[in-house]
Design a protein around this ligand. Structure first.
Ligand SMILES: [Zn+2]
Length: 447
């Protein structure tokens, strides 16, 4: 009897070992945790930051990471986690992700945007599945694996889960990067979001285009709608719009011809047109108005000659000779192309930046491949770190994936998600154990 009991017991233990160590089973729980995070509705304009914070803090506790909740603006928590390194003198690694997502129109989705539905092909449908709850959770899963393997970081690894990126990041990453807390972290490199790639190469971003929001206004003598005369506000504004359109086409042609990537050209798109004399039924039709206005969203790569672009605006797009008004100080928004040290706001991707080489190598080691480094076409929180002169790389490991951020039916395949965890495991390991750079960093700090 005793032997039989023992045998049964051994069988049971063996069974448990198979069940709990089988990769499929642990993958299941990884996917469940990702889906649980996706199911928290953190969409703007009323993100559920309370439950997102609770969820992240619970993950941190399960992983024995140090945590603190910072509030730079009321009810907008920023969760900061720490995995302490054995050498706290060395600059640390910051893994940044935002917790909010853009709004969605559930009726236009095949599955509810906060249901995190997993279909038979392994696609997980949810707002934030690409932008960028995937990345936040992948950081944590990679750390879970590294901890389980006994890995001990030399550099401290921080994770920031920031609010409000989708509405500009002013109460999130911007205030964080300006804070004493941030200074005390002694950050040496920041990883932030990138974009999905439709090919098998991952995309990495070393800079982003800077938004210039321009409004130009034309004034002219009003006149009868039947009269042909020069210098009407409408005529003058249209000449400017034509000039802007020619420039837009010249930039777009470079992209279409494959000579430049989207992030490498100046994009200009008309955001609004405002003119006409309102009447109870619409607009007065027999009157040419005395004022007309147009607004443009211009995105400028940090490698652009800002002065020549400004000259183009003054001389061709809004010349005083056509009764156009525009003043350089009147941009609705005009992001600087330089960091606070006066250097172009970009992260080096050559041998001068060891973090870039480490990233490339770590991705390769995990059987991934990086495409040519790119300029991000829009804005992310990475700019707040680059503004401070810090290297920041935008990277979301999603290959063979359609780009669906901010779109209906945003999804990520679970196999790609799991592969991304391998990639981060490799990157975090390489970054957190990197020591050779310490001398260069010390001399840079002295400067
Ligand atoms: Zn994002």
């Amino acid at each position: 009897m005793r032997n039989r009991h023992r045998l049964l017991h051994i069988c049971f233990v063996f069974y448990q070992l198979i069940i709990f160590s089988s990769p499929a089973k642990s993958d299941d729980s990884i996917i469940e945790r990702f889906r649980a995070y996706l199911q928290i509705d953190t969409s703007q304009p009323n993100p559920d930051y309370t439950n997102a914070s609770k969820f992240i803090l619970a993950q941190a506790e399960a992983l024995s990471l140090e945590s603190q909740t910072l509030e730079f603006a009321k009810n907008k928590p920023l969760i900061l986690l720490k995995w302490p390194g054995s050498n706290p003198q060395l600059p640390s690694i910051l893994l940044n992700s935002h917790t909010d997502v853009v709004p969605s129109e559930p009726s236009k989705w095949s599955h509810h945007p906060f249901g995190a539905h997993l279909d038979s092909q392994g696609n997980i449908f949810a707002r934030g599945s690409q932008d960028m709850k995937c990345v936040g959770m992948q950081y944590l899963e990679a750390i879970r694996r590294l901890k389980a393997s006994g890995f001990q970081p030399v550099r401290s690894v921080y994770l920031s889960f920031v609010p409000d990126e989708e509405i500009g990041g002013h109460d999130g990453a911007e205030k964080f990067a300006d804070s004493h807390v941030f200074n005390s972290l002694n950050v040496g490199i920041v990883l932030d979001e990138g974009l999905a790639s439709t090919t098998e190469d991952y995309r990495a971003f070393y800079a982003e285009r800077c938004p210039w929001w321009l409004v130009i206004k034309a004034r002219g003598a009003p006149g009868h709608g039947a009269k042909l005369y020069d210098n009407s506000a409408m005529e003058n504004l249209f000449k400017s719009i034509e000039s802007v359109r020619r420039f837009r086409a010249s930039q777009f042609d470079l992209v279409k011809a494959g000579l430049k990537a989207e992030g490498e050209v100046v994009s200009v798109n008309m955001a609004f047109l405002k003119a006409g004399t309102p009447s109870p039924n619409g607009f007065v039709m027999n009157l040419q108005p005395s004022e007309a206005e147009a607004g443009f969203d211009i995105r400028v790569p940090p490698t652009t000659d800002a002065e020549s672009l400004e000259r183009r605006i003054v001389e061709e797009w809004a010349p005083a000779s056509r009764n156009m008004t525009f003043e350089l100080g009147q941009f609705k928004q005009r992001a600087s192309l330089h960091d606070k040290f006066g250097r172009p706001i970009l992260t080096a991707t050559d041998s001068s930046n060891p973090w870039w080489n480490l990233l490339e190598e770590a991705v390769r080691k995990a059987n991934g491949k990086l495409g040519k480094p790119e300029i991000f076409p829009a804005s992310t929180d990475a700019r707040y770190f680059r503004e401070r002169g810090l290297p920041a790389i935008g990277f979301s490991p999603m290959a063979n994936t359609p780009i669906l951020l901010h779109d209906h039916n945003e999804f990520l395949n679970q196999a790609e998600y799991l592969k991304g965890i391998d990639i981060y495991e490799s990157i975090i390991k390489a970054y957190a154990s990197y020591v050779q750079h310490s001398k260069d960093e010390a001399s840079r700090d002295e400067l």
